[in-house]
Design a protein around this ligand. Structure first.
Ligand SMILES: [Cu+2]
Length: 539
């Protein structure tokens, strides 16, 4: 038994060494990782697979099943969708057997919603999952105890301004055989949103299993820009996984069977829209690529060859004020980027779409002559900067790494507070606040607030050690403004290690209870998530 576990541990050390060469790996990673349950299956080395043999799959567009009365407005009818959440098997690569996954609507990424600003819709999310989970639950995590049913889920539409009862509160999970109908008013500007599971304590496992999909909001003003559309607009969903050579999902576990939680999960297999090393055939003209990082913990730093011009036109919550020429694209988990790339100068060429760690996809530009009436306009939409003086309150909140009990694994907290402690963040509906996110750790944490969109004010390094030992905040640098491609509306912000990142947030939409959290899913599941409550003015 001991020999067995040593062998498996060595195997995973090799994996993490591969990952370490390519990406940021936390200190705890290398010496605590081992497989769980499936340790007899050798790990798949993606370099053993043929490259670019599968076309890039595109998710099917969700179709409404008639209409239903709008909540609270019986005279108004809204499109009604029903999405089954169920186990599927999907081929991730031509030469691998099909992989068991969990899916929204039959594919991973799931069925894709296309809708318009101010066109509300209803979705019945139907839990048809099997009764047993196939990934290793850590029963010691808050909300994941053995008294709960193993399989449970709740859907959150990331980036949506949705009423609290339709936001997918982590404790609002439900079990196989049940469904919930959520109302998405879409009273917000065009953006690429995404929906995913948010069940307390097992979100990382449910999303890893495949519970994620895209949701696009459009409007007339955006159509008038004549950006590339139709088949010239391509969604790109990135995530990474550990796979066995049999193509099955592996989720790593710590060496402590009572506390299998891992602080960070970086798979060695990159997937684009659910395929390993796919290819995308394009015409020599402009394309719009809408990129989502749906990984549990991996940050991507993507690039194309230096002579291929890339303009970023949008971020999490829609268009930037103007296109920004970029050479690299940094995306942390849950961030989105809207890109325009003109392939006209690259007729007949094969172009690699890469990350610092991986080759992701091959883009094949046809040799044909085509006409292109789409535009890359010099300006996109106004994004007025919110004046700091508009804020009625400034909150200083910390991002913390803590030792939890006797477990060797560290936990992550916000403001040193656990999930079930009293709510401390209670912004007033209709007011604007500045949140100073002080990261006391060395790692980047992508922080996401539900319900709202915000702007990044600046980032500033500080002495985290001095702050922790004396409570004094001493800055080490001048404040730096956000990157040019972060100057739009955001809903997720990279908070770098030992840095205070300031965001300015108008709390608009609905009063009620929401959450804010780190979007590294391993952190989120180990309590780097807190409820917050938007309170009605005068309430
Ligand atoms: Cu985090």
């Amino acid at each position: 038994m001991e020999i067995h576990s040593l062998t498996t541990r060595r195997k995973f050390i090799c994996q993490s060494a591969i990952a370490a060469a390519a990406a940021i790996v936390p200190r705890a990673f290398a010496h605590t990782v081992r497989g769980q349950g499936r340790s007899a299956i050798p790990t798949l080395d993606p370099n053993s697979l043929a490259r670019f043999v599968d076309p890039l799959p595109l998710p099917a567009i969700a179709q409404p099943q008639g209409d239903r009365a709008a909540p609270g407005k019986p005279g108004e009818r809204l499109p009604f969708y029903r999405v089954p959440i169920r186990a599927i098997a999907s081929k991730l690569h031509r030469d691998l057997p099909a992989t068991p996954l969990w899916s929204y609507g039959g594919s991973v990424p799931g069925v894709m919603f296309e809708t318009q600003s101010d066109q509300g819709l209803l979705v019945e999310w139907v839990n048809d999952l099997p009764p047993k989970h196939f990934l290793p639950i850590d029963y010691s995590l808050h909300g994941a105890g053995r008294s709960n049913p193993e399989v449970r889920g709740v859907v959150h539409l990331h980036g949506a301004k949705a009423p609290p009862e339709s936001d997918g509160y982590p404790e609002d999970w439900y079990v196989p055989g049940q469904s919930r109908t959520y109302y998405y008013p879409n009273q917000q500007e065009p953006a690429l949103l995404w929906y995913h599971d948010h069940a307390m304590g097992i979100t990382r496992l449910n999303i890893y299993a495949g519970l994620l999909g895209l949701y696009v909001i459009r409007n007339q003003a955006e159509r008038e820009l004549q950006l590339p559309d139709g088949k010239y607009e391509v969604p790109i969903v990135l995530f990474d996984r550990h796979l066995g050579r049999d193509g099955q999902l592996n989720y790593p576990a710590s060496a402590d069977p009572e506390h299998p939680w891992m602080p960070e999960v970086l798979g060695e297999v990159p997937l684009v829209n659910g395929k390993i090393f796919p290819y995308l055939e394009v015409e020599p003209r402009k394309y719009r690529l809408r990129v989502l990082n749906a990984s549990n913990g991996r940050k991507y730093r993507m690039s194309l060859p230096a002579d291929v011009e890339v303009h970023q036109i949008g971020t999490d919550q829609g268009l930037l004020p103007a296109p920004v020429a970029i050479t690299h694209l940094l995306l942390a988990p849950a961030e989105r980027a809207d890109l325009v790339i003109d392939f006209a100068p690259h007729r007949g060429r094969r172009i690699l779409f890469s990350d610092d760690a991986f080759t992701l996809m091959e883009i094949r530009v046809s040799a044909s002559q085509v006409s292109d009436t789409s535009e890359l306009p010099p300006t996109l939409r106004p994004v007025p900067r919110i004046a700091e003086s508009a804020a009625v309150k400034t909150r200083f909140v910390t991002l913390d790494e803590v030792k939890k009990g006797v477990s060797a694994s560290n936990g992550m907290l916000l403001n040193k507070m656990h999930w079930d402690m009293p709510i401390t963040e209670k912004p007033v509906l209709g007011t604007t606040e500045i949140w100073e996110l002080a990261n006391l750790t060395d790692d980047v944490h992508p922080i996401h607030l539900h319900l709202v969109r915000f702007q990044i004010l600046d980032r500033r390094q500080f002495d985290a050690f001095q702050y922790m030992s004396t409570g004094t905040l001493r800055y080490r640098s001048a404040a730096t403004p956000p990157d040019a491609n972060e100057m739009g509306w955001k809903d997720t912000v990279r908070v770098n290690g030992q840095t205070v990142t300031r965001i300015i947030v108008p709390f608009e939409g609905y009063a009620g209870r929401y959450v804010w959290h780190c979007h590294n899913l391993e952190h989120e599941d180990n309590e780097m998530m807190r409820p917050y409550e938007v309170v009605a003015a005068g309430g």
